[in-house]
Design a protein around this ligand. Sequence first.
Ligand code: MLT
Length: 271
Amino acid sequence: MVQSAPCIPAYESFGETRPTLVLVHGYPLDRRMWRVQTDFFQISHRVVSIDLPGFGESRLADASGRAFEFSMASLADACAECLDQAGVSEPVVFCGLSMGGYVGLEFWRRHPSRLQALILSNTRVGADSPAASANRRLVAERVIQDGTEAVVLPMLEKLLCDQTRLNAPEVVEELKRMMLSVKPETIHAAQTAMSLRSDFESRLSEIGIPCLVVAGESDVIVPATEMQSFANRMPNANFVVVPQSGHLSPMENPTAFNVAVERFLLQFRNQ
Ligand code: MLT
């Protein structure tokens, strides 16, 4: 079932059993990245998979043409509105990959009563360094001049590990389709917003809900060691490494990713 309404992101909702698993994609992707997870988890859970504003089937403006004010905080609020629209009132397990993880941390800060647990996949908890932030501003300018392809295709090399690039052409093609479908103004807004995102390093000890921190064995964007280090500073976090995967663990090794998430979700059965 695909739904969308003015100002409310497009989403799909499958299955019925609680807890609800909310899937939020990374940049510059959309909810298609979770295809294997939605197929798998809807058998045992309700799954809500969201296209953040501007990505996939979601618009970057409302019906009257007013632009969405893009920030990690407003994205978290958009996810909450989406859950209202989907009729999900109970606390959820929020699973975000990379940019989706930044949104997950804001969801924890802004909507704590709606959150039962957090899955942080291939993401970081700190803000950008000045150099990273400056680079994002360059990308944000360049995409308006040169278009989507010029800024997204060079990312392929870093997003996927060697095994995926060599042995899984269908994953490479699906990834390209998603990346090339993003409009320049969305890339501009997302890069600007990520460069301004909050730093959660000093708040890790406050995140007391159960967390699963998932790293890719060969992730060169967020190395597994960095993820392990912040998982160690969270009071209630488990850490797992997905083998044979780069930055996109749920797409590159969905079997290992799903096993880790399924184990984590077992603790919420019958709650
Ligand atoms: C992502 O996969 O969402 C990006 O790597 C996030 C980022 O650019 O920081």
